[in-house]
Design a protein around this ligand. Sequence first.
Ligand code: ATP
Ligand code: MG
Length: 294
Amino acid sequence: LQLDGEQIKLAIQKDGRLTEATLQLLRTAGLQFESAKQRLFSVCRNFPLAILYVRDDDIPEYVADGVADLGIVGQNLVREAERPVEELLPLNYGHCTLMVAVPRESHIQAVEQLAGCKIATSYPVTTRQFFQERGINVDITTISGSVELAPTLGVSTAIVDLVSSGSSLKLNDLVPLESVLQSQAALIANPTTFKDEQKSIKSIILNRLLMRLNGVINARSYKYIMMNAPREALPSIVELAAGMHSPTVLPTADPDWISVHIAVAEDVFWESIEQLRSLGAQGILVSPIEKLFL
Ligand code: ATP
Ligand code: MG
């Protein structure tokens, strides 16, 4: 694969749980490219970036070896691969938990009770570290797929597997015992590509890409709120918008009322609306943000 040197290479999952959200993130960040169907890679039309489509397990390896400069992959695989890659940016999708789970009828209630037992997992490195740190001696069996069937098949007493909603555990009559790792998709980088002076063009491209990705990710985590409020509520409203920017304040026809525009973080959105209403705000108008550069 011979690509122009003034280009950076990003490895993403070809076909799996992260693919759709990853492509959507890149497109929302303004990158134009052909889709992955039947391709090994595509080159962006309007940005010096080539996208490689690979299996997710290979991404930490490719990034560590410099086959790709960047990768988008679950933190769970980064941790498992134990390769020297740098995590640049959590991307806030692909959330899941690596979980210890046991069959309901086993009546096991704590991981300590698993001492001496067989554990089936696709994440042997992370699993070994977890039980070692807890001082619990277990026998780890590595299975590449359908780990949740292992207890039923008599392969293991417990499993360590990825869970998002927990429905797959329920379906197999398994109950979660303890969380090993919280994970989400992240942008990772080769630790040397962007440090080497001679490759500084790559660093400039990376910074442009990071600004775009941040613009999309920040926009997703804020809402823009416009409202009318009694003038005396302003100091409390300013507090609600803390950390973002100073709110925009406009006069209204009524001298005792002002119009205020703020951006509010998604995770405290409903609490903020409740507070604004109790401060006397009216006509609260909420819009999504397309891009946000902090
Ligand atoms: P590939 O064919 O690329 O090797 P895969 O089958 O190994 O794909 P997927 O099942 O597509 O992997 O999962 C990709 C990533 O999605 C996981 O590594 C994890 O970070 C994330 N993820 C989010 N929720 C879940 C879930 N419930 N189960 C498994 N992975 C999940
Ligand atoms: Mg995989």
